[in-house]
Design a binder for this molecule. Structure first.
Ligand code: FAD
Ligand code: UDP
Length: 369
């Protein structure tokens, strides 16, 4: 007899793990969580490497949110290590403060300046655009062409293999522009990392008598082995439907770690390289975790095309891709026994807190049924 569960949950990332925890603890349901990777926590997975340094395996994961509800929920499973996320850009042979602010402007001028002067200058540089429809327009309408070329154009082309004009305004619009000296990378009111790391937080979330986790297990394998009443799917929606409406485009990445026998490699947690090298950024997460060690590990990120043997890391936010996704969304709406949730299953460029919020909302809907 096949084992029987209330829910089969595909993916042990934020979407799958939050739903498993809520259904098991909040509604007394039996959940089987499967993930084809050999670890939990999805893209937020972190681990201690051979040098003893805690690294983020799939790119830096800076937790930030304005949602008290999301913080309250996750705080059941972790304490927090507050961080001021700081990012620099390397271009024209030096480090620049980023996101663009008054300090960046002073570096550009090569002398002290003021908010008033920066605002007056930007007012001259800005390209007037009423409603920015793409990532080029959103940047040039805020800072003009020169800063666009210095900081955004080539980084974006490298990352997405598309021109900023072919991407939603929300992509580059994620990056704030300031005329004060606020150096923080993001603006949300809560900015902190799980004190013992993401994987430890997920372990606590999934440690429940009504949750079973099977790693290195694909959905296709699991669905033939067990019985379940409802499916929660957090993988790629086009894969779920055997690509019946065509393949959705994604961006992949290669993450190359390197351990260096000195305390720190670079002056900040993250350095972006818009105009040099094949990688987009170098992350030294030790700056953010606060770990003490005489050695350090950096991770270089190389954007790659998605294809066989590659992981899909980013949906591509653009008008044409949204149209392709809409066909899958229509199919998904007809499903009664399947819930699609998370970044790949809803084809949205979502941060972790948004995925947690989405999973909590989906839980409320499932609870009512
Ligand atoms: P995932 O974490 O992708 O989890 C989905 C899981 O499903 C995966 O583990 C996958 O193996 C599994 N799976 C898929 N298909 C199958 C199948 N058929 N069978 C079995 N298992 C399957 N967010 C932030 O808030 N701050 C950041 O700084 C940040 N930085 C990021 C940097 C990078 C490089 C990337 C790629 C993302 C970043 N994010 C960041 C976004 C964050 O990773 C996501 O919001 C979050 O992890 C999404 O959770 P999820 O559960 O939807 O998906
Ligand atoms: N971006 C850029 N230059 C930078 C940093 C970001 O052009 O130095 C653009 C780029 O298109 C990138 C997007 O802004 O994909 C969002 O940046 P973020 O750092 O938030 O990307 P993520 O961490 O999600 O990869």
């Amino acid at each position: 007899m096949a084992e029987s569960y209330d829910y089969l949950i595909v993916g042990a990332g934020f979407a799958g793990s939050v739903l498993a925890e809520r259904l098991a603890e909040g509604s007394g349901k039996r959940c089987l969580v499967v993930d084809r990777r050999d670890h939990i926590a999805g893209n937020a997975h972190d681990r201690t490497d051979q040098a003893g340094i805690l690294i983020h395996a799939y790119g830096p994961h800076y937790f930030r949110t304005n949602s008290d509800k999301v913080v309250a929920y996750l705080s059941r499973f972790t304490d927090w290590h507050p961080v001021d996320y700081q990012v620099l850009v390397w271009t024209n042979g030096k480090y620049w403060q980023f996101p663009i602010n008054l300090n960046t402007f002073e570096q550009y001028l090569g002398r002290p300046s003021t908010t008033e002067e920066m605002e007056a200058t930007l007012a001259r540089w800005r390209v007037p655009v009423n409603h920015p429809k793409n990532s080029e327009e959103v940047v040039v309408s805020q800072v003009g062409r020169e800063f666009y070329e210095m900081f955004f154009r080539n980084y974006t082309r490298k990352q997405w293999r598309r021109d900023p004009s072919e991407l939603d305004a929300s992509v580059c619009g994620r990056i704030p522009v300031r005329t004060n000296r606020d150096n923080r990378f993001v603006t949300e009111k809560f900015q902190a990392l799980p004190r013992d790391g993401y994987t430890a937080m997920f372990r606590r979330m999934l440690d429940h008598p009504r949750i079973e986790v099977r790693l290195k297990t694909d959905y296709r394998e699991a669905k033939g082995q067990v019985k379940y009443r409802h499916l929660i799917y957090t993988g790629m929606i086009d894969e779920y439907y055997d690509f019946a409406e065509g393949r959705l485009p994604y961006r992949s990445m290669r993450f190359e770690p390197e351990t260096i026998p000195k305390e720190f490699f670079q002056p900040a947690m993250q350095v972006n390289y818009p105009n040099d090298f094949d990688y987009t950024r170098v992350v030294e997460i030790k700056h953010a975790t606060g770990q003490k060690s005489p050695v350090t590990t950096i991770v270089r990120e190389y954007p790659e095309d998605f294809g066989p043997g590659k992981e899909a890391y980013y949906p591509i936010p653009a008008d044409d891709t949204k149209m392709q996704y809409a066909k899958y969304a229509e199919r998904a709406e007809q499903e009664r026994r399947v819930t699609f949730v998370g970044r790949l299953a809803t084809y949205r460029y979502y941060n972790m807190d948004q995925v947690v919020a989405m999973a909590l909302t989906e839980y409320e809907k499932l609870k009512e049924r």
